[in-house]
Design a protein. Structure first.
Length: 94
């Protein structure tokens, strides 16, 4: 899969196109993301409100890809503003 990339201010290059899991039921999220990663996607778009972040994490873990090779884009709920790193640690440790 060829992909257009963007270079961030810190020099990191990331895909311009990602795979979104909005309205993907939690019970199928892992398989859907595993398939996306197997076909070449390296940017996954999710959010706490979707209720399927664990499935995204499981798919990345199962993929065999280095964690540094996959970008996770998420959204912070308005009530969580101001808790950046604390919020991330809560959501992404398991």
């Amino acid at each position: 899969m060829t992909s257009t990339t963007v270079t961030l201010n810190n020099g990191v290059t990331m895909p311009a196109l990602g795979f979104g899991v909005f309205q993907t039921p939690p019970e199928v999220t892992t398989q859907a993301v595993e398939t996306a990663l197997a076909t070449g996607y390296r940017l996954i778009d999710t959010a706490a409100a979707y209720g399927n972040e664990r499935g995204v994490g499981d798919a990345i873990r199962n993929s065999g890809l280095a964690r540094d090779d996959v970008f996770i884009e998420t959204k912070v709920w308005i009530s969580d503003y101001g808790y950046g790193m604390e919020w991330l640690r809560e959501r992404w440790t398991a």
